[in-house]
Design a protein around this ligand. Structure first.
Ligand SMILES: [Zn+2]
Length: 297
């Protein structure tokens, strides 16, 4: 299955047609009543809801479902008092995605940051971070994910530790994506990482696919995609937000509609995207419109 994914990606690339990824889980959970809990807890208490969200994204045209395990590493779970449930949280997330996954689809083990700062900025040693990611990756492998999707990293050292940890646990395909802001001087993560440094560092650490997700909408991501494409020949993934967020009473609100999102996101194809999905504020409708536009070329 894993080899199939990279072959499929290669085929899509030579056809000039990006693979369609999935969209936000968080907004879908909130729509189903998630309040005041960490979303990973729902893998235990509401696996039916998690499975239904995956089913909606697959039905909309996504080729892969990213497991609801973004915060499923030991350090992140600990902040919610759930570290002793790491095994079942990750296993049941994979089972929920697999139950919704069509025969031709893929289950991508999703891994996000630890939430802690790597030394010297913080107390977490890179080796310790790598072990934390390796632990989560081993559980996801044991539950039989098809590939890995690492995303929303802003610290290159932590992102490299995540790729290295996954590589210790498995030889499955690894997608590694960081999150960038647009400035007048170009694109940077909040730690000052450039797309060029991200592409080089992540590929050297062992990633098969690199790219960017979150923080900005599809229009602002176009030049970022170009910068990645100039920096590397590797396959590229982009998952923009539903437009740039607007701050309303301290909360980020996404106001872009599915049609406008899809129109702007499909233009990322020309900029070099080989996989296209969506991040915060998106719904299955965003993926459906995006899939239609990619299909139409
Ligand atoms: Zn996001």
């Amino acid at each position: 299955m894993s080899r199939d994914f990279l072959a499929l990606l290669q085929q899509a690339r030579s056809d000039g047609r990006p693979l369609i990824w999935d969209g936000a889980v968080g907004t879908q959970l909130i729509a189903r009543g998630l309040v005041g809990r960490v979303s990973e807890e729902w893998n235990l208490s509401r696996p039916d809801a998690i499975r239904a969200i995956h089913a909606d994204y697959f039905a909309a045209g996504a080729i892969a479902g990213q497991t609801n395990t973004f915060g499923g590493n030991r350090l992140k779970l600990k902040t919610a008092g759930l570290e002793d449930k790491l095994l079942m949280i990750n296993v049941q997330a994979v089972e929920a995605a697999r139950a919704a996954c069509p025969a031709e689809g893929f289950v991508a083990g999703n891994i996000g940051p630890t939430g802690q700062l790597i030394a010297p900025a913080g107390a977490l040693a890179p080796e310790e971070a790598q072990e934390v990611f390796e632990e989560q990756a081993r559980v996801l492998v044991s539950a039989e994910v098809d590939l890995f999707s690492l995303e929303t990293f802003f610290d290159l050292e932590e992102a490299k530790a995540a790729v290295a940890g996954v590589r210790q646990a498995s030889d499955l395909p690894v997608i590694a994506s960081m999150t960038f802001r647009r400035t007048r001087r170009g694109y940077f993560t909040i730690n000052g990482v450039t797309p060029e440094a991200a592409a080089a560092g992540l590929i050297e650490a062992g990633a098969d696919v690199v790219g960017a997700n979150c923080t900005i909408g599809p229009a602002d991501m176009k030049d970022l995609a170009r910068a990645f494409r100039q920096a590397t020949d590797a396959p590229l993934i982009f998952q923009p937000n539903a437009g740039n967020p607007r701050l309303v009473e301290g909360k980020e609100v996404y106001e872009q509609g599915a049609e406008e999102f899809a129109r702007e996101a499909v233009a990322l194809k020309e900029a070099g995207a080989n996989i296209l999905g969506a991040c915060c504020g998106s719904t299955p409708e965003f993926i459906r419109r995006l899939a239609e536009k990619v299909e139409r070329r």
